[in-house]
Design a binder for this molecule. Structure first.
Ligand code: PAF
Length: 282
């Protein structure tokens, strides 16, 4: 595995592989088993695997955890070295040559403004702006993301479609701890007592799924009940929402249940946890 810090070296190196299938896994580091499943998939489905580690400042809104976001490059590089050809670790100035306030931003309007976007204004604009830059630097055949960040996945799919980027986007299943908690770098912020109640976010999504599978079609009370249950045990929920997974619109009674996704975001101590559950898997 080669560690590369700048775009010129990355392009020079990838030049010889341009006719081959290049898989790309963008990350912010602090890699866990969820990331590794993406990298493994990349290895099995491509000739060349590029993983990036870049804690992107523009996707953190004011007062968020940019400064304390865990930076564990040494461990990360050991975790992926056998599966990866290039670990791309750019600096902020490499990704934003004119500074992070530069005028060129990539924004997928609409989808970026709802759900997590309404609680973290500007967040998805930061994601799509950096993912575009990363895609331009790597020019992969395929890029792999986790379905835990389902809204992010949909936004990136939309962006690639709208901007005619010739990149296949793959979204892989959420990896969970044994008690159901979705794996996330931010789980490390949880204190022991918070960690023990954290799986209740997923448990509440499971209960909603169960109710829908049992025929419940009146969705608002389902999400109200889950929000109340989470608040009672110590979460501060941002939202629980039942949506159509095609475009995250609010489903009607006519929406086929296979298309429904239940999404949630809630604070627990200083960690903002997100999770989702699709009624039927892809
Ligand atoms: O999902 C993430 O880790 C980040 O949002 C991404 C896609 C690497 C962009 O910074």
């Amino acid at each position: 595995m080669k560690i590369i810090n700048n775009i010129k070296d990355l392009r020079d190196y990838l030049h010889q592989y341009r006719s081959q299938r290049i898989a790309f896994v963008p990350t912010m580091g602090n890699l866990h088993a969820g990331h590794l499943s993406l990298v493994r998939h990349a290895r099995q489905n491509a000739d060349v695997v590029v993983v990036s580690v870049f804690v992107n400042p523009t996707q953190f809104t004011a007062g968020e955890d940019f400064e304390r976001y865990p930076r564990t490059l040494e461990t990360d590089s050991k975790l992926v070295e056998k599966l990866t050809d290039i670990l791309f670790v750019p600096t902020v100035s490499e990704m934003y040559p004119n500074g992070t306030n530069e005028s060129t931003k990539v924004i997928v309007s609409g989808l970026s403004d709802i759900l997590c976007g309404s609680f973290r204004p500007g967040h998805f604009g930061g994601v799509t702006s950096v993912v575009t830059r990363l895609f331009n630097a790597v020019q992969p055949t395929v890029a792999i993301f986790g379905r835990k960040d389902f809204q992010q996945l949909l936004i990136i799919q939309q962006m690639v479609k709208d901007l005619l980027m010739p990149i296949e986007i793959i979204g892989l299943e959420t990896c969970r701890e044994n008690d159901g908690l979705a794996m996330s770098s931010r789980n490390g912020y949880l204190k022991p007592e918070e960690r023990s109640i954290a799986p209740y976010l997923y448990k509440n999504l499971l209960e909603i799924k169960e109710a829908i599978l049992n025929g419940e079609r009146n969705y608002p009370p389902l999400k109200e009940k889950a929000m109340n249950a989470l608040s009672k045990i110590g979460f501060t929920p941002d939202y629980i929402s039942i949506r159509d997974r095609k475009d995250l619109s609010v489903p009607t009674v006519k929406t086929p249940i296979e298309e429904i996704i239940i999404l949630g975001a809630a604070w627990l101590g200083s960690a903002r946890l997100i999770d989702n559950l699709e009624i039927s898997s892809q």
